[in-house]
Write a protein of this length. Structure first.
Lengths: 190, 220
């Protein structure tokens, strides 16, 4: 009676079994399946879900006193279709469950009419939860062109189809042109 | 049969013709064990330990009218860290939820971590140009104690000044924590301010402290 290994079920003939080309074929296939299974784990480790998206050509115009989602123009890399502009150019959509590190950095490529504070947030599922938040409250006249802002969040336990977006809110008047870069990488499968 | 390589595999010679089945069985089992070990190691490396702590209750941060200075040494402020009790909500994968003094089994595993914190607050009365500061750092047990500033490891902070941006604020900070000295008990976040006109209030769930293990330092 043929046997098989305990973990990956690689089949092998026992002492009284006939050994023919079919047996060798099953043996090789069993090895192939086992190696493929381990390669899948390896792929997740060496090439985790990750993406980087940018807005760097045409600045986004952010209106005053209105929470606005940052939008992006193109992606630098994307290993898991986290960014799909056909669906939305303002979010990452989680495809593979796990815990992720998310970052967003941006600068004002010009000043609005007046500017007294800027608030940034990384949000989950269109505002169901805020994962990170930061506010610069320097007062009128203290901000300069090319002021840079950066925020980062660790989001554990994300599941498939969770949405990550980036919100900007500033107090003042007029519109503020913004360019920026967002990134996401899965650091844990759990 | 002759053993080849380092994974327990073997090959047979002409004189071992009758050992085909045994050879295939031995090789299959050796391959099974080797792949299982590799798979387990990679799965473990992919499931990096992490922890997230948030405040369960509203926190009122003193208005500093009694004195004190901004910074982690001898100041009045509030801290957030993993602990027992109902004041925090903790979720974790593989890190201790509570430190016990003198119990190394409750220390964080040695290695390199990415740590960070975010806090948002509201206030009723603002002091112009007053400071708000958020810090995150590792806490070490040194000489049986963790209460002094010398116990801090890899401290990062961010600060902002109150001006005329309304009655809310927020800060966020991230950094790397090296626990390879073997005595780090947890990561902690500290928040303080110099808004003497009144207290700052952090509503439930508005202060987040997180950490994720990156690797041993030799491999990340």
């Amino acid at each position: 009676m043929p046997g098989s290994t305990p973990i990956y079920g690689i089949p092998y003939p026992c002492n009284a079994d006939t050994i023919n080309s079919g047996v060798f074929a099953s043996y090789a296939q069993g090895m192939q399946t086992a190696i493929s299974s381990v390669r899948t784990v390896q792929s997740g480790l060496l090439r985790p879900p990750a993406a980087l998206i940018r807005r760097s050509t045409v600045a986004q115009s952010i209106p005053a006193a209105a929470t606005t989602n940052a939008t992006f123009e193109y992606e630098g890399y994307d290993t898991d279709n986290l960014y799909d502009p056909a669906v939305s150019n303002a979010q990452f959509q989680i495809r593979t469950a796990g815990s992720y590190l998310i970052s967003y950095g941006y600068s004002a490529s010009g000043l609005p009419t007046t500017l007294t504070s800027i608030r940034t947030a990384i949000v989950l599922n269109a505002g169901v939860a805020e994962l990170a938040y930061s506010k610069s409250d320097e007062g009128a006249g203290a901000f300069n062109v090319d002021n840079e802002f950066w925020i980062s969040a660790y989001a554990p336990g994300l599941i498939r189809n969770d949405l990550i977006s980036f919100q900007i809110f500033f107090t003042g008047t007029g519109n503020m042109p913004v360019i920026g870069t967002a990134s996401i990488v899965r650091l844990s499968t759990t | 049969m002759t053993q080849i390589g380092s994974h327990g595999l073997s090959c047979i010679s002409d004189s071992d013709y009758a050992a085909y089945a045994l050879s295939m069985q031995c090789n299959a089992q050796a391959a099974d064990a080797a792949l299982d070990a590799d798979g387990d190691a990679m799965a473990a490396a992919s499931a990096r330990p992490w922890i997230l702590v948030t405040n369960a209750n509203s926190i009122v941060v003193d208005d500093q009218s009694g004195g004190g200075t901004v910074g982690p040494n001898g100041v009045v402020g509030e801290v957030l860290y993993p602990q027992a009790g109902s004041s925090v909500v903790t979720s974790t994968n593989g890190l201790p939820t509570q430190f016990l003094l003198g119990d190394p089994s409750t220390f964080w595993p040695e290695g390199i971590y990415l740590i960070g914190a975010s806090v948002k607050w509201s206030l009723a009365a603002a002091t112009a140009d007053s400071i708000r500061q958020l810090s995150v750092y590792g806490m070490r047990q040194i000489n049986g104690s963790i209460v002094y500033s010398t116990n801090y490891q890899d401290l990062y902070h961010d600060e902002d000044y109150q001006n005329d941006g309304g009655n809310t604020g927020a800060l966020s900070v991230t950094g790397l924590l090296d626990t390879r000295l073997g005595d780090t008990v947890y990561a902690q976040s500290f928040f303080t301010h110099t808004n003497v006109a009144g207290d700052l209030t952090i509503s439930p769930g508005s202060w987040r402290l997180w950490a994720t293990y990156l690797g041993t330092g030799l491999t990340i």
